[in-house]
Design a protein around this ligand. Structure first.
Ligand SMILES: CC(C)(COP(=O)(O)OP(=O)(O)OC[C@H]1O[C@@H](n2cnc3c(N)ncnc32)[C@H](O)[C@@H]1OP(=O)(O)O)[C@@H](O)C(=O)NCCC(=O)NCCS
Length: 166
């Protein structure tokens, strides 16, 4: 089956509720109770790392947002939430969004990026488990993953992950 082309764009104010609806559809109810949301409360996302993927009819296929956080005395990008509409999963939409995020984060001067997710999936983008990087509980440490955007950028970076404004 031929798939319609996808267009990636920075999320605008007009996209907000559509992206929220996609996240509500794709994640379990109560997603905002997750510990990672406490790191996002009251902090603006990184605008140039919030992306939508729309098909040629303008229908939202997937979206990703990113927030700035602190890890010990350093800074990092906290990737996510990322979600793809159930009718578009398995077509590489998340891969497109991930690659675009990683390229843009590097271009914007970020040194390191992290997320809470499944290592078997995010390993394909180069993410590995971060030792000594402590997300607010309850978080399974095996799901705390990171990727250096500059060589060695995670070396020696440990400590609690805290909100940007703390
Ligand atoms: C996870 C998600 C974003 C992937 O989006 P997608 O566009 O389907 O992903 P892609 O098409 O780029 O990649 C699909 C591949 O990833 C694999 N995959 C998807 N989720 C996976 C997971 N949790 N663990 C391991 N592999 C996974 C698929 O099996 C498929 O494998 P293949 O390439 O060998 O066929 C999407 O399934 C989704 O929105 N899920 C619900 C929300 C969610 O869980 N978000 C991530 C929170 S950490």
């Amino acid at each position: 089956m031929q798939q319609s082309a996808l267009t990636l764009a920075k999320e605008g104010a007009q996209d907000w509720w559509e992206v929220e609806a996609l996240y509500d559809l794709c994640f379990a109810p109560g997603r905002s109770a997750l510990s990672s949301y406490r790191l996002r409360d009251g902090v603006d996302p990184i605008a140039d790392l919030c992306l939508t993927a729309r098909d040629d009819a303008g229908i939202l296929a997937g979206a990703v947002r990113n927030w700035p956080v602190r890890v010990g005395s350093q800074t990092a990008v906290l990737l996510g939430p990322i979600a793809v509409h159930p009718t578009r999963q398995g077509e590489g939409v998340a891969s497109l969004l991930m690659q675009a995020c990683l390229t843009q984060a590097k271009a914007s001067g970020w040194d390191r990026i992290m997320l809470v997710g499944d290592a078997p999936y995010y390993g394909r983008f180069g993410f590995t488990q971060l030792e000594g990087v402590l997300m607010p509980p309850p978080t399974n440490p095996q799901r705390v993953l990171g990727l250096a955007l500059q060589d060695g950028a995670w070396d020696g970076v440990t400590g609690p992950v805290t909100a940007w404004h703390d």
